[in-house]
Design a protein around this ligand. Sequence first.
Ligand code: ADP
Ligand code: MG
Ligand code: MG
Length: 499
Amino acid sequence: WHASHFRRRVVSLRATRAEAPSSVPPPPVGGGKAAAAVQAEIVEAAAVWCAAHGLVVGDRENPRSGTVPGVGLVHAPFSLLPTRFPASFWKQACELAPIFNELVDRVSLDGEFLQGSLSRTKQVDDFTARLLEIHAKMMAVNKKEDIRLGLHRSDYMLDSETNSLLQIELNTISTSFPGLGSLVSKLHRTLLNQYREVLGLDSERIPPNHATAQFAEALGKAWAEYNNDSAVVMMVVQPEERNMYDQFWLINHLKESHGVTTIRKSLAQVEAEGQVLADGTLVVDGRPVAVVYFRAGYAPNDYPSEVEWSARVLIEQSSAIKCPSISYHLVGTKKIQQELAKPSVLERFLDNKEDIAKLRKSFAGLWSLDNEEIVKSAIEKPDLFVLKPQREGGGNNVYGHDLRETLIRLQNEQGEALAAYILMQRIFPRASPTHLVQGGVCFEDLTISELGIFGAYLRNKDKVIINDQSGYLMRTKVSSSNEGGVAAGFAVLDSILLT
Ligand code: ADP
Ligand code: MG
Ligand code: MG
């Protein structure tokens, strides 16, 4: 949790808030001391609920919290009450999930498109180049993935300028918080019921959130398609992971509801303990692996040496189901997002005109930096744009003054330096005051929110087994902060109250 990203304005429990605008739930009724006491009580009840129900993360303060389960736990950062969200936009976002799932699948099959679109990026971005190299290797041996599993999350913000729902990005690798996301919805429902008298909010207006169960079901069904009873699911994880409880929620669900065992391994462990048998079976630590589920491997830091890259190649060469495959991974890059937003490109991959129109309506302005006009506009008005490299995990984008400086520098560098980035229209969600709880302390600040819709997709050859919207995750951050990652320490977990 970076203190610098939150103005640490601890709300004095005596101070009552100014009347909240209609965009947030009203604070507890009653004046002065009474309201403050109720609020303190709700904060405590919420923190207790988190501890008792596993809505927890490893505590930064404890050095063992990222490696030893059960040690150094703290409640996940959360917003005290759900954020209001218009039902019409909620419905729109849910409807998009299966269409994006299908789009990812179709695009993943077009290796030439992926290689072509990323060919210039490759020259200046070593990480993307390494991923493309693996992809090219698989194309060269005509590797086919008959069983394809996608566990995605498409993120949106409501743009106040245009009053529309616009996509921020589509994550196809290591989409986090299905576990804790479901729990936050439960926490909020519990609080609304428990404090119904004072809050006056209907818990039924928080949509059900079964992300854990649905992702576990997708993993379980994928495992079943692989059809080897002795095989396991292998979750590829970072050696240190403070968000491990989000992962354990899935692991436990998979075991309890589907009888499937999961092993957690780092890429280095996969390299040391893994092999691919002559028939393509991936064996790690003596166990055949049916499904490889990546909760690591999306960032350069996950590949500190050649060892990790060897592991990634080993996995890709095997017959295990990869979530994601290298193709699915590449479809989720910012560059591909920008290419798909170009005129006539969606039509190459989808047939249904209505579906195409729905997707396009959610696209913000996206540009490649070989568009000189746009680069010029962005230098003139940097606040209207976001500059994005091909990275995941938050904290990588460039804004405002830095955006202008970076563009000018890259232009002067000549060559292909600009090709490492894309430009995106900056989205301006309306800010509203929210109570954020972190480390047992409640703050009030102006916040903006980003709604992530989980999507699960599973197919075996021509048979589509799952194509669903699979729960959601609201993330709320202080409006003065540009980035939005919860794990990165910029945002809190939240849910929604439909209006
Ligand atoms: P990452 O893959 O690192 O999560 P994102 O594209 O989601 O990359 O960007 C990180 C964060 O930056 C988002 O969660 C959001 O808060 C902010 N952001 C990204 N794109 C925009 C945009 N077009 N307008 C406003 N904020 C944005
Ligand atoms: Mg991302
Ligand atoms: Mg993101």
